[in-house]
Design a protein around this ligand. Structure first.
Ligand code: ATP
Ligand code: MG
Length: 570
């Protein structure tokens, strides 16, 4: 492809609206242009990468027996009403004003189930894996990270239909493997975490995550990624807090001005692990006091799971005072004005010598022995892990707490959609059951943006061979003046193309500096640089974009050299 005729409007300046590296680079490298918030056009260079990702996804889905569909983005709202998801999706779903009864699909469980209901009637009709690579519409509240979170984006969504839970397990495992292959082939460093399935409903689910400072999820990961979990469920190994030999009676003492754990530590020299912090929550309208150790952070997801509550919120200041008799900072599990459930973090089990609020402003209790002095309903793990704590697998390594971006999600849906929509089949004995389903999603543009987040430097993108828009960037320097440079470039372009190597040939009448900058920004894996100076000695220069390694190569050896270099690049 000749750059002089290619539409490739690269930019020197970082566009204002772009906050994160992938967004900045995709705009500067002429891959995308923003049309509206969260809505992007792909320009030819960017679309080449888009297609390459789709090809990889398609190959891996076909390899597990997936059959490709193409379903409409315009959906009748009734189907969505039948599963209750018009309400569950809320503002995320786009509704159409001048054609009532139609919505834009944010995902396709309902439509797949509709087709399954039409034609899958017997256990003999299954298993099935149906997938598509198609446009989704979601009215994301504040899309600000480029194509990472678009209002219109491309998703590979797949659905499995099975007659048995063993069938579902097998389909799920196949998808997990296909996803591992896809991300590996795309060159992403990823990890997998178990996740809660939120509005989708179902049993088991896993998210495929990419570490990035711009991720909206927080995960705890072991150094070698052998353990990874969303912070909402992550655990760690902590040394037990020993019981103190001396166990005097509980006593009240004045603590003027001590409102935080740090105040107790600093002003009263109490070790952090002997401070019990009390927080009060309202779970389904009932107050619950939760006792945490020191400055440990309470994990609301864990607490909600433990309490089995549908609604959970921290108590308001007035409620706190009314129920305990004190303000935040002086609250404790002993002597509450209104008796309430008391849950404690498992770290506090059997601990004595504790200090906690006395439910009287400016006073605390000391020498508390939880076994002796308090009524604790149960001890549970309700704390948020911190970086540096030990991996729960017992491998002895420390956990890191990182931000991460979700690039894919696999769910065991079960029968939620088939039951709601009446998609049933007859088993061997002629008995009717709802079809057992799985749902599996991958964001195509998200893979692209995540790849760039992980593969760039201060000069631009550093593509892998599998996703690069072109394998080789051929730079002809001073072509206007030098006939021989032009002739050599044209010959190389032909030879590379014939060898199945995609070449972008910079034949523009631009200075070497401009060409080098653009080549580094666009980031093709290999740059082949043809200039008069080297050529007069029968040589050209080859540069590996990712490492910056440069070689002077004899013209006769260029083809073989480029082929072997490309082969060696991932
Ligand atoms: P998120 O928590 O990031 O909003 P999600 O849980 O809504 O993601 P799913 O419904 O599981 O995502 O969609 C499957 C995949 O589609 C995600 O793993 C992600 O790669 C991609 N995806 C979801 N929303 C968007 C979006 N707004 N823009 C681009 N890709 C998206
Ligand atoms: Mg979402």
């Amino acid at each position: 492809m000749r750059q002089s005729t290619q539409f490739l409007p690269t930019l020197k300046e970082v566009p204002n609206e772009a906050q994160i590296p992938s967004h900045q680079l995709m705009v500067r490298a002429a891959m995308v242009r923003q049309l509206a918030a969260g809505v992007f056009s792909f320009l030819p260079l960017g679309y080449r990468v888009h297609k390459k990702i789709c090809d990889i996804v398609r190959q891996e889905m076909d390899a597990i027996g997936g059959q490709e569909f193409h379903m409409p983005a315009l959906n009748p709202i009734e189907i969505w009403e039948q599963t209750g998801r018009v309400e569950a999706m809320g503002d995320v779903m786009f509704h159409i004003k001048n054609r009532e009864g139609l919505v834009l699909a944010p995902t396709h469980e309902e439509i797949i189930t509709f087709h399954a209901r039409q034609h899958v009637h017997s256990y003999r009709d299954m298993p099935q894996i149906w997938y598509q690579i198609q446009t989704k519409f979601r009215n994301e509240p504040r899309p600000k990270s480029g194509v990472l979170r678009g209002r219109q984006f491309t998703m590979k969504d797949a659905y499995s239909l099975d007659a048995t839970t063993e069938g579902l397990d097998a389909a799920y495992d196949k998808h997990e493997q296909a996803y591992r292959n896809i991300y590996t082939r795309c060159g992403l460093r990823f990890f997998i975490v178990g996740a809660s399935s939120g509005a989708m409903g179902g049993s088991k689910s896993q998210e495929f995550m990419v570490e990035s400072p711009h991720g909206e999820d927080t995960c705890a990961v072991c150094d070698d990624l052998s353990y990874a979990a969303n912070i909402e469920v992550a655990t760690s190994i902590l040394a037990a807090i020993p019981r103190l030999a001396e166990n005097p009676s509980i006593e009240e003492f004045a603590t003027p001005g001590a409102n935080t754990i740090d105040d107790l530590i600093q002003k009263y020299s109490i070790p952090e692990e002997r401070c019990a912090k009390s927080v009060v929550y309202v779970a389904d309208d009932q107050p619950v006091l939760v006792l945490m150790c020191g400055n440990d952070e309470l994990n609301e997801s864990k607490l909600q799971g433990v309490l089995g509550a549908t609604a959970l919120r921290p108590a308001e200041a007035e409620e706190l005072f009314a129920w305990t008799g004190a303000h935040a900072g002086s609250i404790g599990p002993i002597g509450l004005r209104t008796p309430m459930r008391v849950i404690a973090d498992q770290r506090l089990q059997h601990v004595n010598g504790l200090v906690s609020g006395a439910n009287k402003d400016g006073f605390h209790l000391r020498n508390i022995d939880l076994d002796r002095d308090a009524t604790i309903e149960a001890y549970h793990d309700v704390r948020t892990v911190r970086a540096g704590e030990l991996c729960p697998t017992g491998c002895g390594k420390e956990l890191r707490v990182v931000n991460a971006i979700e690039v894919g999600h696999i769910f065991k849906l079960g029968t939620k959609y088939s039951s709601a929509l009446g998609a049933t089949f007859l088993d061997e004995n002629g008995k009717e059951h709802p079809i057992i389903m799985g749902s599996y999603g991958i964001g195509i543009e998200r893979i692209m943006a995540c790849f760039i987040e992980q593969n760039h430097d201060e000069r631009g993108i550093t593509w892998s061979m599998s996703l690069a828009p072109y394998h080789v960037h051929l730079l002809g320097l001073g072509m206007k003046k030098s006939e021989s440079v032009r002739a050599v470039c044209e010959e190389l372009e032909k030879a590379f193309t014939a060898a199945g190597i995609d070449v972008l040939f910079d034949d523009r009448d631009e200075s070497p500096g401009v060409k080098f900058n653009d080549a580094d920004l666009l980031g093709m894996p290999l740059q082949v640089i043809v200039g008069d100076k080297n050529l007069s000695a029968g040589n050209i220069e080859v540069k590996v974009r990712r490492t910056g390694e440069r070689r002077i190569v004899a013209l006769d050896d260029v083809r073989a050299d480029v082929r072997s270099l490309l082969h060696g690049l991932a």
